[in-house]
Design a protein around this ligand. Structure first.
Ligand code: MG
Length: 380
């Protein structure tokens, strides 16, 4: 079997582009994948088409070899666009491998460690009451066993610190009261705290409400700073959505900077790369809570990863079975009582609905960067 062609597709169903990959073979089988929309998304598609030149004519079953060919062939350590492109292509190679052998992909990764995949969704709300109400609705509607909240209300960048800290406690308290003692609450300030000491203070303030984890309290560049946070709080620290490959996660583990790793299969290097990161984490008694804000193919890839790693904790999830996202694939992963079921079809168990994509055309987008009262940009 040989790779003959690689296609990319964009769809913009709600607030960002989704970047899909399709790898064709000379035997009629194809595989699909999803690359993170790290932006600029047309650059990610260009990188995928660049890699196609290296992959056409190759056996798609040589996944390790082809990954190394892309990763090492670039020579310079890959940044966001390159790692997103490699990740999307790699998913498609696993999809082909599963279809070729007639088994779900997780069977090729050592088999299933669990029967269903625990997921959480993020609740939103400007006030503690609105946040708590949304959390209660999500738990009641989807039977989630965990939800995630932002400790900062919108516009908090211009708030006095004491107000931000009291606000975080009020939000945590309201959500805990709304969902009860037996639903886990994760907290994600999206790397906005900046100073390690402030992150420690925030962790201690929310600690009485027993958060499942405190995600990305500070930015990812300085691992020593995160290690300081982790060393000074009892709240489990989670991080990893902005990190790539086993090489960057190695430093987090060696410096004991986190209790929970959150690689994203769409930009960390792909499915097997995340399995390797999970194995490294296991040796440090660290668990995995993969980052998953992208589309329905990303969720499918994550389900196979989560099924096949012993130290899985929980997966981020956004409902794929509702419009407009429902339109993008033939059959999204199925959510039952707060857990995703394992697919039984060969490969990833999901197919693109390409006919729908013209209804959600590519749009240039970027994150808004909050401005402080003095006109300076807030770090995010
Ligand atoms: Mg996050």
């Amino acid at each position: 079997m040989k790779i003959t062609r690689i296609e990319t597709f964009f769809a913009h169903p709600d607030h960002r582009n989704l970047v899909f990959v399709k790898v064709h073979t000379d035997e009629g089988l194809h595989g699909i994948g999803e690359a993170y929309s790290v932006g600029p998304d047309d650059a990610t598609a260009a990188a995928i088409h660049h890699f196609a030149d290296w992959l056409i004519g190759e056996d798609p079953g040589r996944i390790e070899h082809l990954w190394a060919r892309m990763y090492q062939g670039i020579r310079f350590p890959g940044g966001s666009v390159i790692n997103a492109a490699i990740s999307g292509i790699e998913h498609a190679l696993w999809d082909i491998a599963g279809k070729r052998l007639g088994v779900p992909v997780y069977q090729l990764l050592g088999g299933r460690c669990r029967d269903r995949i625990r997921v959480y969704q993020s609740a939103t709300g400007a006030t503690p009451e609105q946040l708590a109400e949304n959390a209660r609705e999500l738990v009641e509607r989807y039977r989630y066993t965990a939800i995630k909240i932002n400790p900062h209300p919108p516009g908090s960048d211009a708030m006095p610190w004491n107000a931000a800290l009291r606000g975080a406690v009020a939000r945590m308290e309201a959500v805990r009261a709304a969902v009860g003692e037996d639903v886990d609450i994760a907290v994600d300030p999206h790397a906005k705290l900046f100073e390690p000491s402030r992150a420690i203070a925030m962790a201690e303030a929310i600690s009485p409400y027993h958060p499942l984890f405190f995600e990305e309290p500070i930015r990812p560049e300085n691992v020593d700073a995160l290690a300081k946070v982790a060393a000074h709080t009892r709240v489990p620290i989670a991080t990893g959505e902005m990190l790539y490959t086993r090489f960057q996660f190695r430093e987090i583990l060696v410096k004991q900077a986190a209790d929970i790793l959150q690689p994203d299969v769409c930009c960390a290097g792909g499915l097997l790369e995340c399995k390797k990161i999970a194995a490294m984490a296991e040796a440090f008694y660290v668990t995995m809570a993969p980052h998953n804000p992208m589309g329905p193919v990303a969720t499918a890839v994550n389900v196979h990863l989560a099924a096949a790693i012993p130290n899985f904790l929980i997966l981020e999830y956004h409902p794929d079975d509702e419009p407009p996202r429902r339109d993008l694939v033939d059959e999204p992963m199925k959510l039952v009582d707060g857990y995703l079921e394992l697919p039984t079809r060969p490969g990833l168990g999901i197919e693109l609905n390409e006919d729908a994509f013209p209804r959600y055309p590519f749009r240039t987008w970027h994150r808004g960067i909050p401005t402080r009262a003095d006109g300076s940009l807030a770090f995010i």
